[in-house]
Design a protein around this ligand. Structure first.
Ligand SMILES: NC(=O)C1=CN([C@@H]2O[C@H](COP(=O)(O)OP(=O)(O)OC[C@H]3O[C@@H](n4cnc5c(N)ncnc54)[C@H](OP(=O)(O)O)[C@@H]3O)[C@@H](O)[C@H]2O)C=CC1
Ligand SMILES: CC(=O)C(=O)O
Ligand SMILES: [Mg+2]
Length: 615
């Protein structure tokens, strides 16, 4: 194996070893699969092989590395302690990110042990918010490829690139075209940091073996002028391609990947802009095991947060016990906004059926949900004028006379049948939940949040835009402006906040992180365990239910609508079991159903430990 391939974080194509025996899997390769042709130094530099000071004396003798590592023999625990201490010596988050990527390049198992055991500390580094900065500066901090680069120049030749990837057992791909990276816009080829971060979470949070994961950047140019002008930028120097040629590249890649790695290869669309995301999902979802994380994963995590919130809102006077008792207003009507809206509408219908109530039609369920985009409230008038993109149309409701009357004579009066601002919308509709997915920071203003707290005993304020800089409001603002009554959920993590209640008592609130990272690792685990051939919305719906069920009263009491991140592997396991079970029931699984599904799914989760050496 060449040193180049070693440093890409993968291993020899001969290494089929870990393939179908998940119970024994580690996050990297098995010892028996290592390239016999490597020199002793190459072995030490192979991040899958390297144990550093954990090599036993016997191993050192066998591999010819005696004297090439410090003579002490250390446990992995002690090594992890050192790495953690080293990490904490770094003074900025981007340095910490670079340190962690360096560790991944040095020692895969140690990286995953560190990240898995310190997930609350490390997730904000390998993922949002720091990964956002890493993507903005990707061309400046680049050291190793760590993924597959497919560009427009490769059209017609993509299979050859895919075949170059030196791993035969890829199960999970996250791909982006860099079109809409978090809420930071078009970052072109710099967007690769996102698939890398997502896949690191697949491994850390759900035990998907690292070597089975492939981050992919589809380089179709960028409209980001400052990147195009930067001599260090490593993407194509052209404006972003659209239309047929673009579609052709995406599909050529997907076909090539599926041809090589099989029908149940999981392919996740990530951070495509919405001019492509909806179309590509519809065009590929029946012939690939694929989903769009921004549309569907976000929907599931948000629904879970809303379901958990019901346990709080149902307790207050005149409480809103059911989803259908709530009115939702979204700021943002794109991938995340309409994805969440559709899943909540579906859940409202399911809820009525479960409660033995009269069935609620899809249209009726959707009327509980209103969307605001960059031009104002999405309405039937705008639809009739042909002003709305397809994905918004189902939520284009009529502004009825009673709504117009609700704000008549006030500063929020409806003029010319249009509602142009979020504040006007909130005064007219009097929602109980405000969900921010606009990528526009500080749009949940003091007056809006105060009004939400005036009309609701427990308003739901979900500021889901990433990274932290783009959040619609901060945790501190949401709590302080509502005297601590709001349920606050954010896409990127916020620290706990001490807030003074109306009674004068000061309490600490722990904001929950409503991020699709709670969903995709477990969803992927279940899909892979069942070898599902498609990912219908039903699998997202059961993921949301499984996540919400794991929120305990202690979480709710502290203000957190999600389980503590430190439980994420258990959370992912339970989501995985539920997803696999549903895949078998829907007859979309190509694996044989194991007798003990729970045990089987858990056995698919690799542990971050060094593989045993057979000497
Ligand atoms: N927490 C999580 O897990 C996730 C969070 N997100 C975050 O959500 C945000 C949006 O992502 P996504 O939906 O994919 O992006 P899209 O580009 O698809 O949608 C953005 C939406 O925001 C609207 N918008 C833009 N400016 C304004 C404004 N000034 N006032 C009101 N609405 C505005 C746009 O309006 P128009 O349609 O008129 O252009 C559009 O509807 C990002 O920050 C992303 O990081 C996304 C996925 C997961
Ligand atoms: C979390 C995520 O997927 C996003 O912000 O795009
Ligand atoms: Mg995303």
């Amino acid at each position: 194996m060449s040193v180049l391939l070693d440093t890409m974080g993968m291993f020899s194509r001969k290494s089929k070893a870990a393939d179908d025996k998940p119970a024994e899997a580690t996050l990297a390769l098995k010892d028996s699969s290592r390239g016999a042709e490597e020199s002793n130094v190459e072995r030490l530099r192979n991040p899958h092989f390297n144990k550093g000071t954990s090599f036993t004396q016997k191993e050192r003798a066998q591999y010819g590395v005696l004297g090439l590592v410090p003579s002490v023999e250390e446990t992995m625990e002690l090594q992890t302690k050192r790495e953690l201490q080293h990490l904490r010596r770094k003074t900025s988050d981007i340095e910490k990110y670079e340190f962690l990527m360096g560790l991944l390049d040095r020692n895969v198992q140690l990286f995953y042990k560190l990240v898995t055991e310190n997930i609350s500390e490390c997730m904000p580094l390998v993922y949002t918010p720091t990964v956002g900065q890493a993507c903005q500066e990707f061309h400046l901090i680049y050291t190793q490829p760590r993924g597959l680069y497919v560009s427009l120049n490769d059209l017609g030749n993509v299979q050859a690139l895919v075949d170059n990837w030196p791993e035969d057992n890829v199960t999970t791909i996250v791909m982006t075209d860099g079109g809409r990276i978090l809420g930071l816009g078009d970052l072109g080829a710099n967007g690769l940091g996102i698939p890398q971060g997502k896949l690191q979470l697949y491994s850390a949070c759900a035990g998907i073996p690292h070597h089975q994961c492939l981050p992919v950047i589809l380089d179709v140019g960028t409209n980001n002028e400052s990147l195009l002008e930067d001599e260090l930028y490593m993407g194509l120097r052209q404006k972003r391609e659209r239309g047929e040629t673009y579609d052709h590249l995406v599909k050529e890649f997907m076909q090539a990947a599926q041809k090589r790695w099989g029908r149940s290869l999981l392919i996740q669309f990530e951070d495509f802009d919405n001019t492509n995301a909806f179309r590509l999902l519809e065009e590929t979802r029946h012939s690939y095991t694929t989903f769009n994380d921004d549309i569907q994963g976000t929907a599931a995590v948000s629904l879970a947060g809303v379901l958990a919130s019901l346990r709080v809102t149902s307790k207050v006077d005149g409480g809103k016990k059911k989803l259908r008792d709530h009115t939702f207003v979204f700021l943002g009507a794109g991938e995340a906004g309409t994805g969440i809206a559709n899943l909540i509408a579906h859940a409202i219908q399911e809820e009525a059926v479960d409660d033995g109530e009269e069935p609620i039609s899809e249209a009726e369920a959707r009327r509980k949900i209103w969307l605001v985009d960059s031009k104002g409230l999405v309405t039937k008038t705008r639809k009739d004028n042909g002003e709305l993109q397809h994905h918004k149309i189902d939520f284009a409701h009529e502004i009825t006379d009673d709504l117009i009357d609700a704000v008549k004579g006030t500063e929020f009066e409806v003029k010319d049948g249009r509602v142009t601002s979020l504040e006007q919308t909130v005064h007219m509709l009097k929602p109980s939940a405000l969900i921010g997915v606009s990528a526009i920071p500080r749009t949940f203003t003091q007056s809006i949040v105060e009004y939400m707290a005036e009309i609701n005993e427990v308003p739901l304020i979900f500021a889901l835009s990433n990274p932290t800089s783009q959040a619609e409001c901060t945790a501190e603002q949401a709590y302080n402006w509502s005297s601590g009554r709001a349920i606050f959920v954010s896409g990127s993590p916020f620290d706990p906040v001490d807030v003074e209640l109306e009674s004068g008592e000061v309490v600490t609130k722990y904001p929950g992180q409503g991020n699709n990272a709670y969903i995709f690792p477990g969803l992927g685990l279940g899909v892979l365990a069942a070898k599902a051939t498609t990912i219908p919305n039903e699998l997202l719906y059961v993921s949301a239910q499984a996540l919400a069920e794991q929120v305990v009263d202690e979480d709710l009491d502290g203000g957190r609508m999600y389980p503590h991140l430190s439980h994420i592997r258990e959370v992912s396991a339970k989501i995985g079991v539920r997803v696999a079970d549903r895949a078998f029931k829907l007859a979309i699984a190509s694996a044989k159903r194991p007798e003990d599904l729970d045990a089987y799914v858990r056995s698919c989760m690799a542990q971050p430990i060094y593989p045993q050496t057979r000497l």
